[in-house]
Unconditional design. Sequence first.
Length: 95
Amino acid sequence: MAEKKRNLVSTLAEALEIPQDVAGSFKLTTWGRELLRLENHHGIVAYSGDLMICAVAAGRLEIRGHQLRLAVLETDELWVEGIIEAIDFVDEEEA
C-alpha cells in the first residue's frame, strides 16, 4: 500500500512538474556526526538525549546518539545537534 502511495505521489509530481521534496518526500543533510538537518518532517514522535524519532513521508526516521538536542524546530524543518551515531529509516509498514 505504501509503495502504491509513493508511486502515485511521484507520478503526480512528475506530471505537474514539481520537485519531489514538495510532493511529500523528506530531505536529510548531515554535517559530520554533530549536526543534522531534516526538511519536510511530519512532527516529532519521541525525543530524549539518546533517541529522536521523527515522522516523515511513508515512515519514520530514528536518530540515535548522545547528548542529542533539538537546535531548531520549524513547521517544515528541524535541526539536531549532538553526537549522532546512527540514522535509520523505518517504513510505514514496519512502524
